[in-house]
Design a protein around this ligand. Structure first.
Ligand code: AOF
Ligand code: ZN
Length: 416
């Protein structure tokens, strides 16, 4: 099998894809994926490569989350000219391929379709794109990556080839994968992608010893947090933060099509009924995840529009994170922003459930031996056991700086 997934050195798009080929190899073991390196499978022209680049740019145009669907872009090429474009805008809406074919009309006959993701061959909320491609008379299809959706996963390509259409796979695969990190993690694991976000002082404290933390970040930092929320499907905090800070967790400083769900980890149902979170449950969905069997208290929340999810407690007597994450993913919440506090961040890190960290640093020293840092006991004593993050992306935000990085695979993430 190693030979079948060898990158073609003549093909620039195949050179730096080692990790990706390894992921594909795992899929190859369980399915009959179409070969990617037969005589035609890894060759696409310069015009097709440029078209794929444009399709990727198109996929990025979706104004809001397409989750649980992937971002997809497509282009119809005829004699090197683009005659149709399309990108997927939202779950339930038309797929990129059908939009591009519709835009091309009769010009699609005999033309090439370039698409970032393997065309679907199943009836979902929309009809199969493979049939639309066959009907339109497309002669050749250039695919960025195989769709890991178990209903597709190579079958889309097989269906097109059966219909006599030439299909090549892997054009700009790495960039195509990068369009949908949360979708790919979900398909591989059933879990959402998790980002741990925190704001700390220059000496690493999230609050003073007396618990004061509001206003640690400047206005630019606030804006970034709202953008991170807007790009997430759900935002999660622990009940300690809900009680201490009384946050809203809504998106206010940037525009958003759909407010992300707000989720509170609250094993004993301590979230105050008069908190801003509960009082705004009609405007932005609020889920309280608990292990409490207090039906009267749960009813108090429900009557205010709050959703209560009850779980069996984990070994530490807390809300079990993995089942909660699976449930969020089932609800189509594939991108989760965890906004703390330290107990929650620590639980995610200890469980190996975090994919990335985003930490803002304010130019202030708070000191205080009992002032909390953003992580608690991670159960690691040797330097070599530390959780590796990186490479770090650095951003200046007014007086603050932001560091963002992916958690190394050996510590649980990222999964794509
Ligand atoms: C998209 N947009 O452009 C393509 C997709 O629920 P449905 O019927 O829209 O099907 C969603 C699945 O279709 C999705 O998970 C993916 O496997 C496949 N391709 N989806 O939303 C697109 N090409
Ligand atoms: Zn489709």
């Amino acid at each position: 099998m190693g030979g079948r997934v060898r990158p073609d050195p003549c093909n620039p798009a195949g050179v730096c894809l080692r990790g990706i080929f390894i992921v594909s190899e795992r899929v190859l073991q369980t399915t009959t994926l179409p070969a990617r390196d037969d005589a035609t499978a890894t060759r696409w022209s310069g015009a097709e490569d440029r078209a794929m680049s444009e399709a990727i740019r198109g996929a990025k145009k979706s104004r809001s989350s397409t989750h649980p669907n992937p971002r997809v872009g497509a282009l119809v090429l005829r004699g090197g000219e683009t005659v149709g474009r399309g990108h997927h805008e939202r779950a339930g809406g038309p797929h990129a391929e059908t939009l591009a074919l519709d835009a091309a009309g009769d010009a699609a006959r005999g033309a090439t379709l370039v698409v970032t993701l393997e065309p679907c061959c199943h009836v979902g909320r929309t009809p199969p794109c493979t049939e639309a491609i066959v009907r339109a008379g497309i002669r050749r299809v250039v695919v960025g990556m195989i769709d890991p959706n178990p209903l597709v996963n190579g079958r889309g390509v097989s269906r097109l080839r059966e219909a006599g259409i030439e299909v090549v796979i892997g054009a700009r695969e790495e960039e195509c994968r990068a369009l949908n990190p949360a979708y790919l993690k979900w398909r591989a694991t059933g879990l959402p992608r998790v980002t741990l976000k925190s704001m700390v002082s220059l000496d690493g404290r999230v609050a003073t010893a007396s618990g004061e933390s509001r206003g640690l970040g400047g206005p630019e930092e606030q804006r970034l947090v709202h953008r991170l929320r807007a790009e997430s499907d759900a935002v999660l905090i622990g009940v300690g933060t809900a009680v201490q800070d009384d946050p809203l967790l809504t998106v206010r400083l940037v525009r958003v099509a759909n407010e992300p769900w707000r989720v509170v980890l609250d094993s004993a149902l301590r979230t105050p009924l008069d908190s801003r979170l509960v009082q705004t449950a009609a405007e932005a969905p609020l889920v309280i995840a608990t292990t409490s069997g207090d039906a009267a208290r749960a009813h108090d929340y429900a009557s205010r529009g709050v959703t209560v999810w009850t779980f069996e407690e984990d070994a530490d007597g807390r809300v079990p994170l993995e089942p909660l994450l699976r449930r969020l993913a089932e609800e189509g919440k594939l991108e989760l922003l965890v906004e703390g506090g330290p107990t929650v961040h620590t639980s995610f890190l200890r469980a190996g459930l975090a994919d990335q960290v985003a930490v803002g640093i304010a130019p202030i020293l708070l000191g205080g031996a009992s002032a909390p840092t953003w992580t608690g006991d991670l159960g690691r004593s040797a330097l070599a056991d530390g959780i590796e993050v990186g490479p770090l992306e650095l951003r200046r935000l007014g007086k603050d700086v932001w560091l963002m990085g992916a958690i190394a695979a050996r510590n649980g993430g990222p999964h794509v």
